[in-house]
Design a protein around this ligand. Sequence first.
Ligand code: NAD
Length: 469
Amino acid sequence: MSDFTMTIGGKSAPAVDSFDVINPATGAAFTTAPECTKAQLDTAMQAAADAYRTWRRDEAARREVLQRCAAVITERAGELAPILTQEQGKPLPQAFAEIMGAAMWFTYTATLQLPVEVLQDDESAHIEVRRRPLGVVAAITPWNFPLILATWKIAPALLAGNTVVLKPSPFTPLTSLKLGELLRDVVPAGVVNVISGGNDLGGWMTSHPIPRKISFTGSVATGKKVAAAAAPDLKRVTLELGGNDPAIVLPDANPKEIAARLFWGAFQNCGQVCSAIKRVYAPEAMYDTLVGELAEIARGVRVGNGLEDDIQMGPLNNRPQFERVKELVEDAKKNGARIAAGGETMGGAGYFYRPTVVAEVADGVRLVDEEQFGPALPIVAYKKVEDAIESANASHFGLGGSVWGGNAERAVEIAKELECGTAWVNKHLDLSPATPFGGAKWSGIGVENGRWGLYGFTELQTVNVERGA
Ligand code: NAD
């Protein structure tokens, strides 16, 4: 029996069946998670629909509940963090940071407003525009940041007055299941339901008649399936999908000064960040120096089991992703690339891959064109800045991008040329609960976070009152 239970209608739901959860540091199953049946999904959706009737009515109460969610996550962070490390792979301090980030997101979201805008208020009419909740939200998350990405959905959905059915990735179901257990004492029954299962369960959710909104974070391929599944019922969707973020280093940048920030902008969470740097464009004159600096940092990274002390980088999360990173690096080698650091696994049963810097590689090679989502960074040389901008934008992806240079004003002008949702200057991967985050082109539809993310869980209602009659 699993130690982790689904939360449906405020109660623990019995596990009819279960699946293994693998610790990527060992490659072995360390526990199981319940496999949600179709009937249990129906019960969860119905519980959310029933809870919605009253939950949507009291905004002040919802704010208080969000604060209590933050408090319980903070109190139980010590219990959640090792679970997150074991299911995801990230080092324990980073697991703590994710969990405390989730608490912070709840706290911040509780302060957001749902303004009512009065357009007319005179003797002939009162017209105001309000934001109504949508109903039940189906929330589906990936395996790289399971807890905080769930929070990005739950907190604003709840504040706006919706109720939620959450399904985490089958690779990382445990912290989300635990969150559901913790919230049983905090949110009214049925307001947050947490179920677990495989990809089929995701498909059942998106085609289910009850949810009015699907909030999805994951790959482009699955995002397209979600959009197609939502269409017949005209469900609202927010899609936070993959990225292939370029970092353009300008000729006036100081390679020694920026190398560490550039490196960790790419290798945080073992490169498994949707908006990590996934390709670097460097001027020819600086190329060798920058590659050398990045390779030196890569060689010094302490990689290992995230439960051990002093580890900077854990394993890749799962075998398919591990195989994919190996394949992309091998393909780059076949295409003439030089491995400046790493380029190999670390042996053993876990999914460990050395931080890898790949030089002498160009657009058209898979490692540059595709989303690697792992610890292998290609560095591409350019002659003219215009060429680098062209390459950066020659992609279906458009999540983030960054420009690095000594003259910040010039860098900002170039950043504005990037076709992406977030353009950073002299940094990358700086996210905040106040800032809208989303992708251009295939990287997504809609945004999360800030008031814009909150509005995505609402629809406008115009209330128009006759006064002149
Ligand atoms: P994935 O698309 O394989 O899976 C994501 C979730 O969708 C999982 O819970 C999965 O079970 C579920 N799912 C699978 N098939 C489904 C279907 N047909 N219908 C509904 N749900 C289905 O993605 P992943 O491999 O877990 O995550 C990695 C991807 O997520 C990367 O591309 C990464 O860039 C992206 N990502 C994006 C953001 C963002 O905010 N833009 C954040 C994190 C990760």
